[in-house]
Design a protein around this ligand. Structure first.
Ligand SMILES: Nc1ncnc2c1ncn2[C@@H]1O[C@H](COP(=O)(O)OP(=O)(O)O)[C@@H](O)[C@H]1O
Ligand SMILES: [Mg+2]
Length: 412
């Protein structure tokens, strides 16, 4: 029987991966922390053949332990459900001689500083970027590179738009750097994060994400998703729609950008989630690429819209099998996040419409929870998933659904 090592099955991608492995008849072994495993839902635990508890606050040690465990267990492939461990997953797979990406670039599939350097070296289309350990050095490098404001300032190694802000003038830089450096450790494993900060040329246009499968270095695209974000100084995600509505020219521009990025980062065997902006006709700029499943239930949207299981493709590729990537559906699916109008104490959500188009609605925040301003993805209290026959229709439906819902908070 085929055996798989899944590095952290926490979160929504983790559950999707466990279910996909079960459907493929693959036995899954999970690496996590003991206290986190305690919180895994029983439905996830039932799908796990074995667990290894390792300490992810020391990635070098974790790498050694997971390689030893992988050898002992005789796993045929290594994947991750947690984006902070995508570099680790590449290294463990490579150490075991299993399908992986270029281990020399393992850091660059996750760390935005290393990623920016790899894009720059390969000439992949990405915003011009400088990095530094503090505001002073960063300011000097911004001047040296001749970068003009507005700039996007972000931490090298966080996620979920945490610490990301747009700086409109030099006077705002120090505050933005302080904000970017506010999370020195990943949560919940306590993995130390690279403290350096990026300042990037702000790229305008419309944002998309692209799901791709890479087999032996050959790229096949699974879906293009349109992303909706707040457009003030923060960039919290409001939702996603699959498939994005695109002309064939724009689609080609985006996909060529993705392919240049994947090659720059040494992608060989696995899946990729690329965030990319279409700046103007013929011009795309990559925001980031992860060697990992997308977050935000995008795998679910892709499955509803195309019938393709990206989770199954990831597993198949990891264990050296050919993935199934042919669409069996031609529909559209959208997710919209529920966030409060402003910070306060969460009271509840009302007005979720009863409709055959609403395939899922979840509120995960507990009443009484203190919620911050909706500047990052942490302020979400839940989501709704809507499907329809076309992208235009699903976007309209999603707007109506979100318009009907009220997120109630008491002002502090
Ligand atoms: N250089 C940029 N120009 C314009 N928008 C950007 C830029 N960098 C980031 N953003 C916006 O901020 C969001 C979060 O930034 P990202 O680099 O993807 O960090 P995270 O890892 O937190 O997702 C992006 O999805 C995009 O909307
Ligand atoms: Mg991102």
């Amino acid at each position: 029987m085929t055996k798989l090592l899944l590095i952290e099955a926490n979160g929504n991608a983790g559950e999707d991966l466990l279910r996909a492995a079960e459907a493929l008849g693959v036995r899954t072994y999970v690496a996590t922390h003991a206290d986190l495993y305690e919180k895994y839902p029983q439905s996830s635990r039932d799908l796990i053949a074995g667990t290894v508890f390792t300490d992810f606050s020391d990635l070098e040690q974790a790498r050694k332990e997971l390689v030893a465990y992988g050898r002992e267990t005789g796993v045929d492939g290594v994947i991750t459900g947690w984006e902070f461990f995508s570099g680790l997953s590449t290294l463990v797979a490579a150490d075991l001689g299993l399908p992986s990406h270029d281990p020399a670039l393992a850091d660059a599939v996750r760390n935005k500083r290393a990623m920016a350097e790899a894009f720059d070296q390969a000439g992949a289309p990405a915003p011009r970027t400088v990095t530094g350990p503090d505001a002073e050095v960063l300011a000097a490098r911004i001047a040296e590179a001749g970068l003009d404001y507005p700039l996007v300032v972000k931490p090298a190694e966080n996620a979920g738009s945490i610490g990301v802000s747009i700086v409109r003038e030099a006077a705002g830089l120090a505050r933005a750097v302080e904000f970017a450096q506010g999370w020195p450790f990943e949560f919940p494993h306590g993995t130390p994060l690279d403290n350096s900060v990026l300042a990037q040329e702000y790229v305008g246009g419309v944002e998309f994400s692209v799901e791709s499968a890479v087999v032996d270095g050959a790229v096949r695209h699974i879906a293009v998703t349109q992303k909706f974000t707040t457009d003030d100084d923060s960039r919290a995600e409001l939702g996603h729609t699959v498939p994005a509505e695109l002309s064939s020219g724009d689609r080609a521009t985006l996909l060529a950008g993705v392919e240049a990025g994947l090659s720059a980062l040494g992608f060989r065997h696995g899946i990729a989630h690329t965030e990319i902006k279409l700046v103007s006709p013929g011009v795309a700029k990559i925001i980031e690429i992860g060697a990992r499943p997308p977050g935000d239930h995008i795998m679910k949207l892709v499955r509803l819209a195309t019938g393709i299981s990206e989770a199954a493709a990831y597993i198949d590729i990891a264990v050296g099998k050919a993935p199934s990537l042919d669409p069996t559906e031609e529909r559209a699916a959208a997710i919209r996040f529920l966030t409060p109008p402003s910070a306060g104490v969460f009271r509840g959500v009302s007005g979720v419409p009863e409709s055959e188009h609403v395939v899922e609605a979840e509120v995960y925040a507990e009443p009484g929870k203190e919620i911050g301003d909706p500047t990052d993805n942490v302020a979400r209290v839940g989501y709704v998933i809507v499907t329809a026959g076309s992208t235009t229709e699903v976007n309209e439906l999603a707007n109506d659904v979100v318009g009907a819902i009220t997120v109630e908070v008491d002002r502090p």
